[in-house]
Design a protein around this ligand. Structure first.
Ligand code: GLU
Length: 279
């Protein structure tokens, strides 16, 4: 199997040490395997993603010595396509319209690693038929219905990261308790959820290995479920350790103190950054 991986930042802030670790690790693993390393901008949140951050991220990655093997893939340029693919399964019985508040839905749509706390949807609109869909309604996955439709599928994935190394099978009860009925899109605003956009992109970009932070491990289950619903392949997953601050907290984009730009301004070299993240 050809080794193809990607680094997929959301351009909502500067690149910090945690991102640098993720990007360098994915890049080095691809090079070592004689494979390909791709760069994807997860820029579907048009309010929070800014071109200035993308420019900065690309500049920092280039400075770190990383080279990607295709032009940068922008999710924002594929939203119409994601929606067409979602609409194509909208009448199969595992998606329902939801009119819960905009802020609830915005929070649910945000890329999880941006520090937004993930909360399981209480199911208020579950059971609403697609025919009751109103302009502006979101579409949610009816997880129980999806799991029922996939009852004979092998919801398996291979994990090569240090903490969860081995073969995994999606546990329906756990997925229901921890993830639940995720939002897949919000009509009228042309937004598609991270879970879905990234599952489509991993398939479209031929990603064989998803290399990303351990904080996203729990979301793998929902992505494996979506892969089966949409007939997409399941890549191998590698969830790596997180770079933490001195209080042991995972770094987030707001941690500008750990921004690569700041270390660069202080005269650090790319080798210094590699050392700082333990590579
Ligand atoms: N967009 C996520 C980030 O900013 C990465 C998600 C993924 O790698 O699947 O870290």
């Amino acid at each position: 199997m050809a080794f193809v991986t990607r680094f997929a930042p959301s351009p909502t802030g500067p690149l910090h040490l945690g991102h640098a670790y993720s990007a360098i690790l994915a890049h080095d693993m691809a090079r070592k395997a004689g494979g390909r390393f791709l760069l994807r901008m997860e820029d579907t949140d048009l309010d929070r993603c800014k071109p200035v951050f993308e420019t900065q991220i690309v500049d920092d990655l280039t400075w770190l010595g990383l080279v990607w093997d295709s032009p940068v893939h922008h999710q924002s340029q594929h939203i119409a396509d994601y929606n067409i693919r979602l609409e194509a399964i909208a009448n199969k019985g595992f998606i329902y319209p939801c009119s819960c508040t905009r802020s609830d839905i915005r929070a649910a749509l945000a890329a999880p690693q941006e520090g937004v706390q993930f909360s399981v949807y209480p199911g208020t609109c579950r059971g609403r038929p697609m025919a009751s869909r109103l302009p502006g309604d979101a579409l949610r996955l009816d997880l129980a219905a999806a799991l029922h439709a996939l009852r004979d599928a092998d919801l398996n994935f291979t994990e090569t990261g240090p903490t969860h190394h081995g073969q995994h099978t999606v546990n329906p009860a756990e997925a229901t308790a921890r993830i639940g009925d995720v939002v897949l899109s919000r009509k009228g605003e042309d937004i598609v959820a991270y879970f879905l956009a990234s599952a489509f992109d991993d398939a479209d970009q031929g990603i064989s290995h998803v290399i990303r932070g351990e904080d996203l491990f729990d979301f793998t289950a929902i992505q494996v479920i979506l892969q089966h619903l949409f007939g997409l392949p399941t890549p191998v997953y590698h969830h790596h350790r997180l770079i933490r601050d001195h209080q042991g907290k995972r770094l987030a984009k707001r941690d500008d103190a750990r921004a690569i730009g700041k270390y660069r301004a202080e005269g650090a070299s790319p080798a210094d950054i590699r050392r700082m993240v333990g590579l």
